[in-house]
Design a protein around this ligand. Structure first.
Ligand code: SF4
Length: 63
């Protein structure tokens, strides 16, 4: 099962992922995006593709 997280060193707080996928991403106290659940669906993959800095990391695993 794949998992998603945001690399905060890369996030520029553009808001794209939060707008596209609010059930998966929100801004934290630093105004940077964070994943609020790790589950990956097509919307998360679309948000990752749309992230301008490739800060959204999807980790694929076998199980
Ligand atoms: S789309 Fe990328 S750069 Fe924009 S807020 Fe989300 S993680 Fe940050």
């Amino acid at each position: 099962m794949a998992k998603v997280h945001v690399d905060k060193d890369l996030c520029i707080a553009c808001g794209s992922c939060v707008a596209m996928c609010p059930e998966h991403f929100e801004f934290d106290d630093d105004n940077l995006a964070k994943a609020i659940n790790e589950n990956v669906d097509d919307d998360v993959r679309d948000a990752a593709s749309a992230c301008p800095t490739e800060a959204i990391k999807i980790e694929e695993s076998e199980n």
